[in-house]
Structure formats: structure tokens, C-alpha cells
Write a protein that binds this ligand. Structure first.
Ligand code: SAM
Length: 399
């Protein structure tokens, strides 16, 4: 949960004195081993402000993995955990470019910053006073020359305290990112989000709306008439976003968007063709990105790249070429799933490090790896899946 920042802390940390103190604290290691000693040293100079200073420097260091240009930002621990990564916020903002947008749950402003770059007018609101003060600081930092202490928000962003469930702007697209932790735990129940998703959707019925949700949310319970976009970043599925019909192309109900923190990215939707052949396995196995799988677009992805399925009910794909930027596994051999012959074959190939991918079979990769007792030097990958009802092993070269 971390240190509880107050509005006074935010005022101090954003002032010239606070910034100088932060720069000084940033010279300390602040590692698990040095923290107590470092904190004592900061306390001797800055007294009661020490905890806010040390926590801010530690959060800034953590933030670099998630947020671009956050070196001068302020955070709380929870708010940093909840913040949308820059690459994902930038992608959402790009879809809204040119529109006036109201972020109903703006928190510390990770999405506002990206919206402000491409939208003519942006409103950010939240119920949390401290987060709003932090958002003002974070937005102000980006637009003010280095050295100025005024923390006023960007010119095209208006910040206000408001309850998301009571519409407070007109003629805006609304976006929301309800908090996904109830009682400190993750929840997949839309009604337990804050604000509750069903109430939010009811309050903005008929408006252009985009709502970020957890990717594990039970979409079928929502019966959403617009688009559901599943977004992954650097191979990990990060979120689902509900887009109202006015914000998507006609007939799109599912989209997978695959982003990379290098800035690259692509999307596929359910309006694209999904006709694929049923054929014997090709030269390669391809494990589609989690966003494609979660969005139910495995066949569409296969059709787009000239691939086909190993089995119609399993998400592994196969083909004679690997789409660019994707990890493919070249098939060396195909075996029934029987451990004795499998172990013999792996020993014969001098197999050492073994990556095991499974889908559609009840096999614990770690337990299997230790039973195989491999002592060789050559890395290999096993893809274990079901073809029809038969558990099947594809012995592959590790890419
Ligand atoms: C998951 S965070 C949003 C994070 C934000 N999108 C970002 O990238 O930094 C959810 C926010 O919703 C706010 N919130 C919860 N209930 C609210 C309500 N009824 N009205 C306005 N804000 C609310 C919380 O204070 C919290 O800051």
C-alpha cells in the first residue's frame, strides 16, 4: 500500500524546495539493504518529510518500466500500480484523436497526458483529492519549462473533482478505468469495480464511451453491443477495452491489439476473413499472441498469415513460414505423449534446457521436466497438445 501522501506533501514535492530535496535523495541507493540507513540520513536533514521524499524517488524508479517521461512525476504506490502503461494509453488516445474527451477516473493522469497530445480539449476528473493534485503536477511538468515551479495543468486539460456516476460534461467522448481492486484483491465481477461497471454503462447510455477493464472480465455477462478490444503489451495481455458502437467501425465486435514498448503495434478484428484449411502440421508451430487468443481471433490471425490450426479446438497454429516478429518453433519430430520414449528421444538428441508449452492437456511442465532428468547441452522446446483426443508432443528447435 505504501506511504499515504497528503495534498500538502504534493504541494511540497512539486515546489522548488521539494524538487531540490528529491534530487538529493535520488543520489542514494535506496535498496532493500540500504533503505533503513538511507531513510535515517534523509530524516536527519528533512525531518517528517523524509518518508514522502524517499517513497517518491522509489516510485519514480519503478515507474520507468511502465511510463515514458515520468522522471519528474509524483505517484502513490496504488496509483502507479493502476496507471495505464504509456504505450497502451497512447494507443487509446490515438483512437480518440481530434475529439473532446472526458476521463472520468483520471487518477494521476497517465491517460490524460497522452490524450492532451492529440485531443483539442480534455477533462480529467476523479473523486480522490490527492490523485487530482498529483495529476495537476504531472500534467504541469510536461508543459512548463524546466526550472519553473508552477504546477498548473496543461492548457487543454481541465481537472475537476467529480463522481463518474453523475455525468458532468456534455459533447465529450467519455473514457473510464474503474479500479480493479476491491478489498485489496483483484476482481472479475463487473459490479464490484469502483465505480461499478453496470452503473457506469447505465449513466452514459447513448454516449460515445470507452471503458478499460481487466482482460479476465466475463464479457458474456455484459452482453456489450459495441467492440471489445483486448490489448497486449510486450507479449502480456494487459486489458480489455469496451468501445461503444459510435467509436468503432461498423460490425466490429472483437479486436486484438498487440503493442510493443518499442512503439510498434498491429490490430486484427472479427470483420476480417477467418477461412483456413484443415491440413497436416507444417514446418513450424506458432503460438499466437495472448490478445489474439483472448479475443477469439485465432482463425482470423491464421487466415491473415497463411497459417492453419493443429487442431480446430486448440489455439496453436502451424504453417510453413513464421509471421514477422513472432516466435516460431521448427518441428523436429512428432511423438505420442508417452514419457519413456520421449525421454529416450531427448537423451538421444543430447537435450539439456527444455522449454515446455502445453495447451488442452493436463500436464505440469515443471513436474514433467524434472521427471525427464535431462543432462545434455542442446536446448529444445516441447509443444504438448491434443490432436483430436490424442495428447501429442511436437519436439521443436528452440528459437
Ligand atoms: C484504476 S484508477 C484509474 C487509473 C488511470 N486510468 C491511470 O492510467 O492513471 C481508478 C480511479 O477511479 C477513481 N474512482 C473510483 N470511483 C470513482 C467515482 N465514482 N468517480 C470518479 N472517480 C472514481 C479512483 O479514485 C481511481 O483514481
Amino acid at each position: 500500500m505504501g506511504y499515504r501522501f497528503t495534498r500538502d506533501d504534493v504541494g511540497y514535492l512539486g515546489s522548488a524546495t521539494g524538487r531540490a530535496a528529491l534530487a538529493e535523495v535520488d543520489r542514494l541507493a535506496l535498496t532493500a539493504a540500504s533503505l533503513l540507513k538511507d531513510l535515517e540520513q534523509v530524516r536527519r536533514v528533512h525531518g517528517d518529510l523524509a518518508a514522502a521524499l524517499v517513497e517518491t524517488v522509489r516510485l519514480r524508479r519503478r515507474a520507468t518500466a511502465k511510463l515514458a517521461d515520468a522522471g519528474e512525476w509524483l505517484f502513490t504506490d496504488d496509483a502507479l500500480q493502476q496507471a495505464t502503461p504509456t504505450a497502451v494509453a497512447r494507443h487509446r488516445a490515438a483512437r480518440l484523436a481530434g475529439r473532446a474527451v472526458h476521463d472520468l477516473t483520471c487518477s494521476i493522469g497517465a491517460e490524460l497526458v497522452e490524450l492532451a497530445r492529440v485531443c483539442p480539449a480534455v477533462v480529467g476528473s476523479d473523486l480522490d483529492d490527492v490523485r487530482l493534485a498529483i495529476a495537476a503536477h504531472n500534467l504541469g511538468q510536461r508543459w512548463l519549462p524546466v526550472g519553473e515551479s508552477d504546477a498548473s495543468p496543461a492548457r487543454n486539460v481541465l481537472l475537476a473533482k467529480a463522481d463518474a456516476l453523475r455525468p458532468s460534461s456534455r459533447d465529450t467522448v467519455v473514457i473510464a478505468d474503474p479500479a480493479r481492486r476491491a478489498d485489496g484483491r483483484r476482481t472479475h465481477d463487473p459490479a464490484k469495480l469502483q465505480p461499478p461497471l453496470p452503473d457506469l454503462l447505465a449513466a452514459y447510455r447513448g454516449r460515445d464511451l470507452a471503458v478499460k477493464c481487466a482482460p479476465g472480465l466475463d464479457f458474456d455477462r455484459l452482453d456489450w453491443p459495441g467492440e471489445i478490444e483486448i490489448v497486449s503489451l510486450d507479449g502480456a495481455v494487459r486489458e480489455a477495452c469496451l468501445w461503444s458502437q459510435g467509436l468503432t467501425e461498423p460490425s466490429v465486435t472483437r479486436r486484438a491489439t498487440v503493442l510493443s514498448s518499442t512503439g510498434a503495434g498491429w490490430s486484427i478484428t472479427d470483420t476480417e476473413p477467418d477461412d483456413i484449411d484443415e491440413r497436416a502440421p507444417g514446418e513450424w508451430i506458432i503460438d499466437p499472441d495472448g490478445a489474439v487468443v483472448r479475443a477469439g481471433l485465432v482463425r482470423h490471425y491464421a487466415a491473415k498469415h497463411g497459417l492453419w490450426q493443429l487442431d480446430p479446438r486448440i489455439a496453436y497454429l502451424t504453417g510453413d513460414a513464421v509471421p514477422e516478429g513472432v516466435r516460431g518453433f521448427r518441428i523436429l519430430d512428432r511423438l505420442d505423449y508417452r514419457e519413456k520414449p520421449l525421454r529416450a528421444e531427448l537423451h538421444r538428441r543430447d537435450c539439456g534446457p527444455l522449454e515446455i508449452l502445453t495447451r488442452g492437456v493436463d500436464i505440469d511442465p515443471d513436474a514433467l521436466r524434472s521427471r525427464l532428468k535431462l543432462r545434455g547441452s542442446q536446448p529444445h522446446t516441447l509443444v504438448i497438445t491434443r490432436i483430436g483426443r490424442t495428447p501429442t508432443v511436437f519436439l521443436c528447435a528452440t528459437p
